[in-house]
Ligand binder design. Sequence first.
Ligand SMILES: Cc1ncc(COP(=O)(O)O)c(C=O)c1O
Length: 392
Amino acid sequence: MTFSARTGWELSENALTAKLRRRRAQGAAVADLTVSNPTACGFFYDPETLLWPLAAPAALEYEPEPFGLERARAAVSQYYRDHNAELPIDRICLTTSTSEAYSYLFRLLCDPGDEVLIARPSYPLFEFIARLDSIVLREYPLQYDPGASVASAHAWTIDFEALHAAINERTRAIVVVHPNNPTGNYASDREREQLETLCAERGLALIVDEVFLDYPLRPNTPPVSFASGDGPALCFMLSGLSKVCALPQMKLSWIAARGPDILLREALARLEVVADTFLSVNAPTQAALPRWLGGRGQIQYQIHDRVQRNLAALDARLRGTHAGRLALEGGWTAVLRVPREVEGQPFAEAALDRGVLVQPGEFYGLPDGRAVVSLLSPPGVWELGLKLLPID
Ligand SMILES: Cc1ncc(COP(=O)(O)O)c(C=O)c1O
């Protein structure tokens, strides 16, 4: 009996996970500063408003629409209208998750062995999806301005020289996360233009993950969705309920597409067959989507408030210590500059010995001496965890 090479994962525990498991087994407390599941962070979710729409009679009807039900897609179209973008519903494809949306696009664009470019640092999920879809990921670096202050805009920038150099005859797409996870930088207007021109010239698709789009640190400067542009590239915007409405358990996301007419039509026709093969989105969540998206302000307000407060407490704690924070424009995470080692141990392991859990930066492809924390952490846990960090 043999299994596929693509599932030959390295499944053994790393030192940090093993330490965490042992600690929890002993019943020792851990102030977990990595919780990014919004349903576990003490936010108020109104059961009536959120669950009632699932009981709509439409939930009992099955309409096998490859891209999803029209009224659900109309709600997504309205979401983009709220972001100054006109996207008709025939350019919107519903999926069960953003991860599934990536997989659909990889299958649309790539044959086995073809390549997709992703930023470093970025979210580790891509490695798994790429491997399952038999494609190769190639990284392009984001550069951090060493002189940036925590309040700097555009402290992170795309290294376009390296991006150009990473393109070869097997490259099919560039992925941009806007704002990026975990670095929290939005692509600037200039970067958007450059990316679109590059993709159009080299015949590549641009995949833009906008799951954190609605979470800028400065709420008065609404971020620009790539959907609102009219650049020359074939562009796919990804987003979904897991972040926009902080409802990851509802499993509903989407792909929105725009680009030059002929190319767009061909892409959508092919994507429709991919979606028709799985018909993966269920009826109750589609029936509820207009209500959920329409009411997103309630949870987004709470998250903005939490992020602002946690960031202020973090900055106060870091002052005068051996640690610092990198500049951040949006999203739910912060990157800390920390000592590489504390008493001969890697930072995250030493922190865990003191009862606080942070993610090592290497998990995201950050250099040594970085740690990542979730700004969604509940206030009590946050205060305690910050106090316990070994940075004094
Ligand atoms: C940048 C980014 N994209 C996609 C996802 C996955 O989203 P979903 O739960 O919709 O699959 C995450 C999850 O944290 C993420 O951080």
